[in-house]
Design a protein around this ligand. Structure first.
Ligand SMILES: NC(=O)c1ccc[n+]([C@@H]2O[C@H](COP(=O)([O-])OP(=O)(O)OC[C@H]3O[C@@H](n4cnc5c(N)ncnc54)[C@H](OP(=O)(O)O)[C@@H]3O)[C@@H](O)[C@H]2O)c1
Length: 371
C-alpha cells in the first residue's frame, strides 16, 4: 500500500500518545520519553501570507500539530468557510493566542488519527466534527477531546463540515441564551446565511415560528423549504420589516430577533420586538455601529444580548458542546435537522471559496474538501 506523506504522522510525542496510520498498525509509545515517530512529514494548510483579498491565500506545507494531554489529533477530511476566516484574511479578526495566527479554519470534520495522554473519550478512526479557534483548513488539527461530536451515521464529510459552526451558533444563541420556547415567534435576519438556515430549522424543531429577512428573494424561498413561515426581501425601505413583523404577530411584535447583520438592522430589530422581547446580536456584517432609541428598549423591557463563540474559554466550549450533543445531535440522527450546503470546493480552490462567500450569493454553507 502506498501512503501519502501526511498519512504517516510526523510528530514528536510525549507520554502515551498513540499514533495511527491508515494501515491497521497502531503504535503505543512509552510514557517516559519524547520520541520521534516515523518520518518528519509536513501537512497542507491554507496560509494567510499577508492581509488582503483572496489572492493572499496559499496552500503550503507546514509542520503538523501534535496532541498534548486530553487532546486528539484529527485528520481533517472537510471543513467549511466562515466570515471569521474572511475577516482574519483581511487582518480585521486576529486569531486567539492559542492557535497559529496565519492558518484559517474554525470548523472541521474528520477522523481521529492520534490520541494524547489521558484521553478516554475517543478511539482511532472515530468520525468526528467540531469547532476550533483556528487552523482547521489543514490536513491535521488538534482539539480537546471534550469538544468533539460524533458524526451522525450516513453523513458525508461535506455534510459534517457544514454543521458545527452554523448549528452550534444558532442553538447556543436561540435555545441556551434566548431561552426559546414552543410557540414563540423568531425573526432571523440574513435568513439564507449558513447560520440563518440552521436557525430556521432549529426554531421549527423547538416548536417556534420562524420568520426571516434577506436582501435576496431566492434565499427566502430556500428558507421556506427549511420551515420558514414567511419572510421579507429587504429593499431600501428597511422599515417594511417592522410592518411585516407586526402583521405576522397581530400587532404584538416577535418574541426573539436573531440579528446576524447588526448595523442599521439593530434599530429595526428593536422596533420589531414584542414587550419583554429578546434581541440576540450574533453578527455585525451590516456594520459595527447602530443608533437606537433607548426609550423603546426601556418601554418594552427588552433584553439585548451579544454573543461570540470563538473567544470563549475551553470550559465554556465544553459546556456548549455537551449541551449541543444532548439537545441537537438526536435531531440530526432522526433527520429532523440537516446541514445546508451551498457549494463545495477543493482546498486548492480556497480563494474561489472566499470569493463565493464574499459575493453574498451563497445560501447555506461553503464547504472545503481536503482531497
Ligand atoms: N457570534 C458568533 O459566534 C458567530 C458565529 C458564526 C457567524 N456569526 C455571524 O453570523 C452572520 C452569518 O454568518 P454566516 O457564516 O452564516 O454568513 P453567510 O453564510 O456568509 O451569510 C451572510 C449573509 O448576510 C447577508 N449580508 C451580507 N452583508 C449584508 C449587509 N451589509 N446587510 C444585510 N445583509 C447582509 C448576505 O445575504 P443576503 O442575500 O440575505 O443579503 C450574506 O449572504 C455573520 O455576521 C457572521 O459574522 C457570528
Amino acid at each position: 500500500m502506498v501512503l501519502k506523506k501526511w498519512d504517516l504522522l510526523c510528530v514528536i510525542l510525549r507520554n502515551e500518545t498513540r499514533v495511527v496510520s491508515p494501515t491497521p498498525h497502531e503504535y503505543t509509545r512509552p510514557s517516559t520519553a519524547w520520541l520521534l515517530i516515523l518520518t518528519k512529514s509536513p501537512m497542507r494548510a491554507v496560509v494567510i501570507t499577508r492581509y488582503g483579498g483572496p489572492e493572499v491565500l496559499d496552500v503550503r506545507e507546514i509542520e503538523p500539530p501534535s496532541p498534548g494531554p486530553r487532546e486528539v489529533l484529527i485528520r481533517v477530511r472537510a471543513s467549511a468557510l466562515n466570515r471569521a476566516d474572511i475577516l482574519q484574511r483581511m487582518g480585521r479578526y486576529p486569531a486567539p493566542p492559542d492557535v497559529a495566527k496565519d492558518v484559517s479554519g474554525i470548523e472541521f470534520a474528520g477522523e481521529v488519527a492520534a490520541i494524547g495522554a489521558g484521553c478516554s473519550l475517543w478511539s482511532s478512526g472515530d468520525r468526528v466534527m467540531g469547532l476550533v479557534s483556528g487552523g482547521a483548513h489543514a490536513d491535521f488539527v488538534v482539539v480537546n477531546e471534550a469538544t468533539l461530536l460524533r458524526i451522525p451515521a450516513g453523513w458525508t464529510w461535506a455534510e459534517a463540515a457544514a454543521a458545527p459552526e452554523a448549528f452550534i451558533t444558532a442553538y447556543d444563541a436561540l435555545v441556551t441564551q434566548a431561552g426559546l420556547r414552543s410557540g414563540e415567534t423568531v425573526l432571523i435576519h440574513a435568513v439564507g446565511s449558513g447560520v440563518g438556515l440552521a436557525a430556521t430549522q432549529l426554531v421549527r424543531s423547538w416548536g417556534g415560528i420562524p420568520y426571516g429577512t434577506s436582501r435576496t428573494g431566492q434565499k427566502i424561498v430556500a428558507a421556506v423549504s427549511r420551515g420558514l413561515v414567511d419572510g421579507v426581501a429587504v429593499t431600501s425601505d428597511i422599515a417594511a420589516v417592522v410592518t411585516s413583523a407586526r402583521r405576522w404577530t397581530s400587532g404584538r411584535g416577535v418574541d426573539i430577533v436573531l440579528d446576524l447583520v447588526g448595523g442599521h438592522y439593530v434599530a429595526v430589530s428593536i422596533d420589531a420586538l414584542a414587550r419583554m422581547g429578546r434581541l440576540l446580536l450574533v453578527g455585525t456584517i451590516g456594520g459595527p455601529r447602530a443608533t437606537i432609541e433607548l426609550g423603546r428598549v426601556l418601554a418594552k423591557r427588552l433584553t439585548i444580548r451579544g454573543t461570540v463563540l470563538r473567544s470563549r474559554s475551553l470550559e465554556e466550549k465544553v459546556l456548549v458542546t455537551r449541551a449541543f450533543e444532548g439537545d441537537v445531535m438526536p435531531r440530526f440522527a432522526n433527520g429532523d435537522l440537516k446541514p445546508d450546503i451551498d457549494s463545495v470546493y477543493p482546498i486548492s480552490a480556497i480563494a474561489d471559496a472566499h470569493r463565493r462567500m464574499e459575493s453574498n450569493a451563497s445560501c447555506g454553507k461553503v464547504v472545503l474538501l481536503m482531497d
